[in-house]
Design a protein around this ligand. Sequence first.
Ligand code: ADP
Ligand code: MG
Length: 314
Amino acid sequence: MTDDAVITIEGLSKRYDGFTAVDDVSLEIKRGEIFGLLGPNGAGKSTIISILCCLLEPTAGRVTIDGFDVEKNTTDIKKIIGVVPQEISLYYTLTARENLAFYAKIYGLSGKAMKDRIETLLDMVGLTDRADDRLEGYSGGMKRRINIAVALLHNPGILFLDEPSTGVDPQSRKRIYDTIRDLNQQGMTVLLTTHQMEDAEKLCHRIAIVDKGKLIALDTLDGLLKMVGETDIIQVTAKEITPEAVDVIQRIENVQKVSVDEDSMTIQLVQGRELLAGIIKALTASGTKVESIQIKEPDLETLFLHLTGTKLRK
Ligand code: ADP
Ligand code: MG
């Protein structure tokens, strides 16, 4: 364990009956960082978070948070972590203030201290002016913001967010990003899970990529993108993409992989820029009416394709 690690995960596995949802994962999360677990649906992200929150017991391995063991020191851990679950857990017939008060009382807050805390948190998530409206009129993003406020009531030092931007409109998403960054600037350690590479790219200091229960890469964004190496991605849109057109492209030297999704063709290749003209020529010769062609800078989607041969967004 390194000195600045606040969460350590060693050889963590979780099996449901015969199915392995988390498979021998080891990693450390440093104090004060925003750490992302990125992977497609079913990768095991929520299972990992549930184990860290002491909601689920590991089948094998060991997890500590601030030196406390998740299997032995549940009460200590619950005091220092805040959890924003994937499923929103709020009362829709109550107002935002009433929801916060309900949960604040569970944490033992009352009186002026409770009132002040609720106002601070409403302000932090930008919903003070809507605080007396019932949640049933809220957008998905606004509900998520209240859920974040609930997770912060007891002033934890570590925050877990499971898919914070799922079902969230762009405006709320920006607000949620800003809130996470502000909290982190004030010293909060943040662990979030996501299947959206944008969350990981925009927010996280370090990113662990998980697929089928396994940790397949862990680094900073820059470090991860270096792993893509020479690979470029060319995206072509055309009215009709025939198997012949795919065949023609596949036979070009340097082309590693071609995939087609309706009217869009994704070509993974090395030295994409040099080959751009040749690709347009070959497609035109095969009778394809190219509408647009774009070369993409490597991103986490490219890396995922590179590492697993499948797309992150399925
Ligand atoms: P993610 O959050 O990355 O989408 P999950 O951790 O929710 O993934 O699930 C990982 C895998 O474990 C999935 O294949 C899921 O179907 C399976 N799984 C999750 N919970 C259970 C359970 N209680 N019983 C059996 N299988 C489960
Ligand atoms: Mg999940």
